[in-house]
Write a protein that binds this ligand. Sequence first.
Ligand code: IPE
Ligand code: IPE
Ligand code: MG
Length: 246
Amino acid sequence: MSKQEHIDNSKLPKHIAVIMDGNGRWAKQKGMPRIFGHKNGVKAVKEITEAAAKIGIEYLTLYAFSTENWNRPAIEVDALMRLLVETIKKEINDLNKNGIRLNAIGDISKLPPRSKTALEEAIEETKANSKMVLNLALNYSAKWEIVNAVQKIATSVQNGDLNVSNIDADYFSQQLETAGMPDPELLIRTSGEKRISNYLLWQLAYTELLFLDIYWPDFKESHLIDCIIEYQNRERRFGKTSEQLT
Ligand code: IPE
Ligand code: IPE
Ligand code: MG
C-alpha cells in the first residue's frame, strides 16, 4: 500500500494553507547564504504543488512574501523577487500540464514591475486550468487584507449600494482576497515557529493548525501526506460536544 493510499479520499481538505518557513536557517545549517535556502525552497514548492494536485486538493495557498518581509536586507529582497520571476516563467508549462491555475493574494501592485508582469502573465496563461488553484500570497498581510475589505464595505455603504444590516460574515468573506474560496481546513507551518505571522487571520478562524519541526526546503510529498492523515484524525467539533458528532 503506498503512503497516499492511507489518505481517506472522502475526507480530503479542500483548501490547505502553508507558511513555508525556515529557508534561511536551512541554508545557515549548511554554511550557505540565505538565498541558497530560498532556491531550495522553490524545489519544495514544486514538489508540494504537484503532490497536492495529484492528491485532489482544490486550493493550495502558499505564503511566499509578507508585507513585513520588505524589512529584510535589500539584497535578500531583490534575490527573492528575481527568484519569483525566474520560477514563474520556468514553471508555466508544468502548471498547465498539471491543470493548476495560478492566483495571487496580496497587494501585487507594489511588487517590482518585472515580478508583477511575470505573475500577471502566468495568471492569464493558466486561467483555464481547473484541477487546483495555487494561491501565492505575495506582499500579503492579513491586516492589510481586512482593512482593505473594510474600506470596500464602507465605500459601498457611503455610496448607498449597501445597507449596514446586510453586512454579515459571508458578505465580509467575499470582500477578502480569497473571495469564492472555502476557508482552509488545514494550516501547515514549517521551521518550528508557532505563530501565524499575519497570515489569513479571518480565514483561519476554525482551521486545524499543524506545526512541523523541519525547515521548508526539507518538506517533501510524504510530509504533506502525513499532515493530511493527521488532519483526518482530528476531531473537528465546531463548538459541539464529542458525543454530538457520532
Ligand atoms: C521563509 O524562510 C521564506 C520567506 C519568508 C521568504 P525564511 O527566509 O523566513 O527562513 P528563516 O525563518 O529565516 O530560517
Ligand atoms: C512568514 O515567515 C512569511 C513567509 C513564510 C513568507 P517569516 O519568517 O517572515 O515570519 P516571522 O518573521 O518568523 O514571523
Ligand atoms: Mg522565517
